[in-house]
Design a binder for this molecule. Sequence first.
Ligand SMILES: NC(=O)c1ccc[n+]([C@@H]2O[C@H](COP(=O)([O-])OP(=O)(O)OC[C@H]3O[C@@H](n4cnc5c(N)ncnc54)[C@H](O)[C@@H]3O)[C@@H](O)[C@H]2O)c1
Ligand SMILES: O=C(O)[C@H]1O[C@H](OP(=O)(O)OP(=O)(O)OC[C@H]2O[C@@H](n3ccc(=O)[nH]c3=O)[C@H](O)[C@@H]2O)[C@H](O)[C@@H](O)[C@@H]1O
Length: 341
Amino acid sequence: MAKEASNGSTKPPPTPSPLRNAKFFQANMRILVTGGAGFIGSHLVDRLMENEKNEVIVADNYFTGSKDNLKKWIGHPRFELIRHDVTEPLLVEVDQIYHLACPASPIFYKYNPVKTIKTNVIGTLNMLGLAKRVGARILLTSTSEVYGDPLVHPQNESYWGNVNPIGVRSCYDEGKRVAETLMFDYHRQHGIEIRIARIFNTYGPRMNIDDGRVVSNFIAQALRGESLTVQSPGTQTRSFCYVSDMVDGLIRLMEGENTGPINIGNPGEFTMLELAETVKELINPSVEIIMVENTPDDPRQRKPDITKAKELLGWEPKIKLRDGLPLMEDDFRTRLGVPKK
Ligand SMILES: NC(=O)c1ccc[n+]([C@@H]2O[C@H](COP(=O)([O-])OP(=O)(O)OC[C@H]3O[C@@H](n4cnc5c(N)ncnc54)[C@H](O)[C@@H]3O)[C@@H](O)[C@H]2O)c1
Ligand SMILES: O=C(O)[C@H]1O[C@H](OP(=O)(O)OP(=O)(O)OC[C@H]2O[C@@H](n3ccc(=O)[nH]c3=O)[C@H](O)[C@@H]2O)[C@H](O)[C@@H](O)[C@@H]1O
């Protein structure tokens, strides 16, 4: 049983699938990754596939993800890729579910907000229903956006947040808040084994080139020789975690004994102007930095308090921003066809 934050009595977890006792059952761990064709999901799949005891099933509707991210596993006997939208029920027999499916870049989650909230609410309900039916443990990738425009800094998990319920970001941040609520209600009411990660801004290879998020925007702009677009006022802060650190944190959370929510992120905090200056210095000193208009409800500051992750998961990030940016640059150069001089 998970140790923590149950906020009330819980039922014991449901018994796992009868397949567990079947005569021809293989001792492999079957793992479903929703959103596994996306940025974080595909890196997670790479790590899970390294373990020969794991069978991995990816369910993705390819809204922001791509088969390309998984091409090295297509056809592998321990890997299966399903075109599936999580707003529809899914019937598979699995032991663990990493539930990532949801567009993450503000440009994409605001593109069809009704679909985004359906993905967060109905999609999470469907995955919890699946977890209940087969007795699987389920991990939700929630977000630091549940803290909204935070009035507490840095943010720890006991902060309830400052979120606009009717703004243009609400489909995502309120959607994730409901998803967290559903996770805890299924845990208390049905004994489902849950894990909640509150992910802070993550970057790395395989982000969509035109993803719209700040790190990928600045790197693509620097490589194309375009001006770096800092959205005003430029003093807003974010804390950036390299994707391999993130994947390590997610797996530790899934394998550990704590429900969470647990912040997973890198506490190194930068203003967007500082980030632009760093990208300019490291990638293309000849580009300009320009100030452009911002979007509504942009959080002014964000930095994770990772005390819980350190104590409960023995996790902390290893890769500093200055070391992670060049790793991402190499991947973007290859995809944009811009060789190093
Ligand atoms: N990258 C970050 O900085 C960050 C920060 C906080 C939380 N998260 C969370 O982590 C998860 C992964 O984020 P990412 O950065 O890899 O984003 P991403 O957009 O690259 O990946 C999301 C994946 O989910 C798929 N998807 C979207 N809607 C779906 C649906 N209805 N049914 C099935 N698949 C669907 C997409 O096609 C894509 O492959 C998301 O849940 C996101 O909210 C990410
Ligand atoms: O980590 C999180 O919890 C959330 O963070 C991000 O949302 P956001 O921080 O707004 O991400 P970006 O779009 O990358 O913006 C970061 C900052 O950069 C600024 N920005 C963005 C793009 C750009 O070209 N220039 C620029 O200055 C934005 O105004 C914002 O202040 C992710 O996109 C969400 O998926 C995720 O859940």
